[in-house]
Design a protein around this ligand. Sequence first.
Ligand SMILES: NC(=O)C1=CN([C@@H]2O[C@H](COP(=O)(O)OP(=O)(O)OC[C@H]3O[C@@H](n4cnc5c(N)ncnc54)[C@H](OP(=O)(O)O)[C@@H]3O)[C@@H](O)[C@H]2O)C=CC1
Ligand SMILES: N[C@@H](CC=O)C(=O)O
Length: 431
Amino acid sequence: MIKKVGIIGFGTVGSGVYETLLNKRTKINQLINGDFVVPVVLVKNLHKTRDVPEETEVIDQFDQLSSRSDLDAVIEASPDSYTAYPYVKTLLKNGTTVVTANKELMANHGEELLQLAAENQCRLFFEAAVAGGIPILTSIRHTLKTNDIEKIEGIVNGTSNFILTKMRDEGAAFNRALKEAQEKGYAEAIPDKDIDGWDAYFKTVILSHWIFGTSPTWLTDKPSGIRGIDVRDLLLASEFNGRIKHVASIERDETKIEATVRPKLVLSGHSLYGVEGVNNGIHVKGSIVGSLLFQGAGAGKFPTASAVIEDLINHWTDTSEETPLSGIEFEQTRLNIQNVRTNFGAQIESKTDAWLVTGKQLALQLENQNTVTSLTNIKKRDGREALLVKGKETDVKEVMTALNDSVWIYPVCGEDTDWDQIQAVNNISAS
Ligand SMILES: NC(=O)C1=CN([C@@H]2O[C@H](COP(=O)(O)OP(=O)(O)OC[C@H]3O[C@@H](n4cnc5c(N)ncnc54)[C@H](OP(=O)(O)O)[C@@H]3O)[C@@H](O)[C@H]2O)C=CC1
Ligand SMILES: N[C@@H](CC=O)C(=O)O
């Protein structure tokens, strides 16, 4: 029998999926041992020109799609959680399997929707929601089952990584780099989600649920993005043999799971240092395998289409386990993921760590220097200064001042044991 799939959203992702389905028809037909059609595509604006053959009807009313009883699956690629939630909820209640790329939807409503899918004997797939084309969710679930995942550290927002790379390598202005990311289809419809850290935050929530069955405790009062980063900071970072990258991290121990999303200084020996442009990189530390790096296109039309279509084929060939783990008990407050944005600041970061501090004419308040140790001399670039220090973040914030400017503080990415590396790449003698 011919399988039928509907598509919601026909922008970068939806049209990429459609084109790929048509271009790969022979291969897909072999895989599913049959044939398929896309009888319906739901969009917002019917007046836009769409390059679709006659077999596909383009509609702008959800009822026309949800009332069909012949769809074997629906691909959801609308811009946000607000749009997608009622659609996906209705489809799952009707028993229709959904493949979504929508990370905001899954971070805000994933638990409820997965429960609905289970109750209605259908499935909800979302590989494309984390790290675009990288098959990170499937890999973790299928090939790292026996490992306890101890730490995940990753560049998971392609737009931010693209902008930072362009600014550093080409001296591009922030707005120009962002515009290019939008033109290439990397950015969200509201790009503030990318540059203010929310997109990475959604992905972090999904990863934490996928791996640990629960949301993490956030160590900062909200995610930080790359908005406002000075290009001179990006250049100064190279003076310390590092690059400033936007990094999401989740770490667990026996009793808790902690997460941050913020720009960090990544030193040259770190696995994320070479993850550039629109690429994402996810460093996974497993209890048996050790360190792994998953790297590849984190955004864009065809890499994302790849992830969506692999989910669809897994559904049609019944070869995937999509349900996140549950039932792992940690002694931590369980966050209410319906209201994720209000649950930050559970514990402001207070670990002793190394930090890159930047600003205009930096000054270390002498009377407090016993709480913060400076590891390097101040380095300067076009009227901006930077140095590496060691201490607790709260102390660093208190001790470092700058004239006529705010101080930016970037944690050094990595583990406490990376001290040797920090010292080696910066020629700091052990004391
Ligand atoms: N771009 C990327 O690289 C990636 C995106 N994603 C996720 O995929 C999803 C889609 O992203 P992307 O394709 O970039 O977004 P786009 O903005 O390019 O496309 C959004 C599509 O949704 C349609 N749409 C908007 N409102 C409605 C509505 N009320 N009902 C039905 N359709 C609607 C639009 O219709 P119209 O064409 O008429 O305007 C458009 O076709 C997002 O959730 C995003 O986070 C995930 C991974 C990567
Ligand atoms: N806007 C997102 C798209 C993929 O998830 C990004 O830039 O990573």
